[in-house]
Design a protein. Structure first.
Length: 228
């Protein structure tokens, strides 16, 4: 927990040092509040996914400080599909967007080839890089759990601090496509680890939700056309 406090203090200190014309939409006091809200209890996975693992030695604080304040200026948007656990609808939508699975209901082995699909080791708050679409845009997925709004705000904030303009960060909640069968299967498989019962329900649930996921991704692709 002391490590968590160190990260939070470093984040707050560095927010004060950001230039006033930062592209982030949040005022300084709002930034501090969002950092504190979003990084507990999932600060490690969120920081790791955005900036990489910190150096575990005496220079750790300096390295982290440099990472947080060294602002690049990205020109392309980034897409984040997110759901509750980050291992079902969000990763499937990201895989569709990256054309890693065909535009039809995938077979079981095709689902199992999707990185992080139905896995037990995904961390809440960690943003997973799924790949790139035809235009070369970065496509990511995440699970924000019961802290969804807070962690999403925190992820957006930290991306702003790393050099993205707020308008370039495009997010889409995929949880609405998850029916009761998929939710039940995910709970049994990933939470209770009853894989024999839960996995078939997950596969069936994805089959039932796939057309909605296709529509959702198509809507996102049309939205991205506005970026030229």
């Amino acid at each position: 927990m002391n490590d968590a406090r160190n990260y939070l203090q470093l984040a707050s200190d560095n927010l004060d040092e950001l230039p006033s014309n930062s592209s982030c939409k949040y005022r300084p006091e709002e930034r501090k509040l969002l950092v504190k809200k979003s990084l507990i209890p999932n600060y490690k996975s969120l920081m790791k996914s955005l900036f990489g693992p910190p150096v575990e030695d005496d220079s750790q604080h300096t390295v982290f400080s440099t990472q947080l304040t060294q602002r690049h200026h990205w020109t392309n948007p980034v897409v984040i599909y997110h759901c509750f656990g980050g291992v079902h609808t969000s990763v499937t939508a990201a895989a569709i967007h990256c054309e890693r699975i065909p535009g039809q209901v995938p077979l079981r082995n095709e689902l199992e080839e999707i990185s992080r699909f139905n896995t037990l080791d995904a961390e809440i708050g960690e943003i997973h890089h799924a790949g790139y679409d035809r235009r070369g845009l970065a496509i990511k997925s995440a699970g924000f759990g019961s802290h969804g709004d807070q962690l999403l705000d925190g992820a957006i904030l930290l991306l702003c601090l790393s050099g993205y303009n707020r308008s370039q960060i495009i997010t889409r909640n995929t949880l609405s496509t998850a029916g009761i069968v998929l939710r039940l299967g995910g709970f049994l498989s990933c939470r209770l680890k009853f894989r024999r019962v839960g996995d078939p329900l997950v596969w069936w649930g994805i089959e039932r939700s796939f057309s909605q996921l296709l529509d959702l991704v198509e809507q996102m692709q049309k939205r991205l056309e506005n970026f030229g």
